[in-house]
Design a protein around this ligand. Structure first.
Ligand SMILES: [Zn+2]
Length: 342
């Protein structure tokens, strides 16, 4: 790419349900481990979500993606007290903004076997009805072997892959062993920070450098794996240029000979999952959009985004939705959500 345009960018791992978390009340206890970050923050937040909060969380997340030149999102969803229909809410919110989405409901046993059953059913129903999704699994360490096997079997039956968190923190170290017989090349393996280099898991590794730093879980060092690697944000926006710059400098921090071409390749990997995004066109505020330039240039922003032949974003903002209205409605729902968490 030697001018100021690129295809539409792809966020390889997002949580559209978490967009309203910003500014949430502090948890009852200060989390000191990855497990307690999940317990004190994310599992309290996802339990408090209803479908109305989810709608505006997803719409704001999709809007922010579009405003970052990201036209396709790989989403991983959980809302244990509002499971049924949740994947439709996410798909509709993205459709309203014009962003492509491949979602998944994260099956888990942490809310009992009934919760796992309902999660499996939401994946099955949504995909059978023609929805664009993978089967989601939260992570091996919150699932029994039986639940892992059922989710993997459902994905095989439906002809889709699985989207799962793998070895994000030390708590999930056993995942490599427990998933060995189940993974296939169409699986998406998020994080893999504590996954040994000589693992036998098949699938694409989703690298989320900002989230890993924020959770103090360590550096995944994705260049050590032979699997394909794709960049994500783990729910902290969908600015893939920022994610690329961070992925590059993290790699450089442990290997001074690393070049931006490797991290740019991880960004390009998104087009394997969303080939249609290759035909989307983003015009940027910077020229040339070359990895060596972008890695050292903060503040690059899109001026115009065209997807499927339609202008979705230009100098006056998004074309399908009113950005101010989306932000105002999202703020109202954030107030409800934060009150429920107080
Ligand atoms: Zn995640």
């Amino acid at each position: 790419m030697t001018d100021n345009t690129t295809p539409g960018l792809v966020c390889g791992h997002h949580h559209l349900y978490s967009v309203l978390a910003r500014g949430m009340p502090a948890p009852p206890m200060v989390p000191t481990t990855f497990q307690s970050i999940l317990e004190q923050i994310w599992w309290r937040l996802d339990s408090a979500l209803d479908l109305e909060m989810l709608e505006w969380s997803a719409k704001l997340g999709a809007l922010e993606a579009l405003e970052s030149g990201t036209t396709a999102i790989v989403d991983h969803h959980e809302s244990p007290n509002a499971i049924e229909g949740s994947l439709d809410v996410i798909a509709r919110a993205c459709e309203e903004v014009g962003v492509r989405v491949l979602t998944a409901y994260g099956v888990t046993d942490r809310n009992g076997s009934d919760g796992a059953e309902r999660g499996l059913e939401e994946n099955r129903r949504f995909i059978r009805e023609g929805g664009n999704a993978l089967v989601g699994i939260h992570a091996a360490f919150t699932c029994s072997d039986e639940t892992l096997e059922r989710a993997a079997g459902l994905a095989r039956d439906l002809g889709v892959g699985v989207h799962i968190h793998v070895c994000e923190g030390p708590e999930d170290k056993a995942a490599a062993q427990r998933l060995r017989a189940l993974t296939r090349p169409d699986w998406l393996l998020a994080h893999c920070v504590h996954l040994p280099s000589d693992h036998d898991l098949a699938g694409t590794i989703l690298h989320n450098p900002r989230s890993n730093l924020n959770n103090s879980v360590g550096y995944a060092e994705p260049a050590r794996f032979s699997n394909p690697v794709m960049l994500g944000t783990d729910g902290i926006g969908a600015n893939m240029i920022e994610s690329f710059r961070l992925a590059y400098v993290m790699q450089r921090s442990t290997n001074v000979t690393a070049t931006p071409d490797t991290a740019w390749g991880w960004l390009e990997q998104g087009w394997e999952l969303f080939p249609e995004a290759r035909n989307d066109s983003v015009t940027w505020s910077y020229d040339p959009m070359d990895p060596w330039h972008i890695a050292f240039t903060p503040g690059i922003r899109p001026l115009r985004v065209v997807a499927g032949g339609e202008v979705l974003f230009d100098e006056s903002g998004p074309t399908r939705v009113d950005a101010a209205e989306v932000r105002a409605k999202a703020r109202e729902q954030a107030t409800r959500l934060h009150a429920a968490l107080a």
